[in-house]
Write a new protein. Structure first.
Length: 87
């Protein structure tokens, strides 16, 4: 479901790149100043949501990489009995 106030999907439905790009825009708006306290708080909260989305994506990617690296350390999973490489 899309957030009708901003035209963007809820943070939990975003991909990493979309969340990261919006987070960068939020940070720029906060750094530029000129927003009311209420607007700044809303931006801060959105930034926290977006940062959490990015963190989840990165943690998921790290877990996948760790799983692949662990498989590689265990050696080939091919049990055909063939020798590894020329002999």
């Amino acid at each position: 479901m899309e957030d009708t106030s901003t035209g963007t999907p809820p943070a939990g439905e975003m991909g990493y790149e979309q969340a990261r790009d919006e987070l960068v825009a939020v940070v720029r708006r906060l750094e530029a100043g000129g927003s009311t306290l209420e607007e700044s708080l809303a931006l801060w909260e959105r930034g926290e949501e977006l940062a959490a989305v990015c963190r989840r994506w990165l943690e998921g990617a790290r877990a996948r990489l760790d799983a692949v690296l662990a498989e590689d350390e265990e050696g080939p999973s091919d049990d055909t009995g063939a020798a590894d490489g020329p002999g």
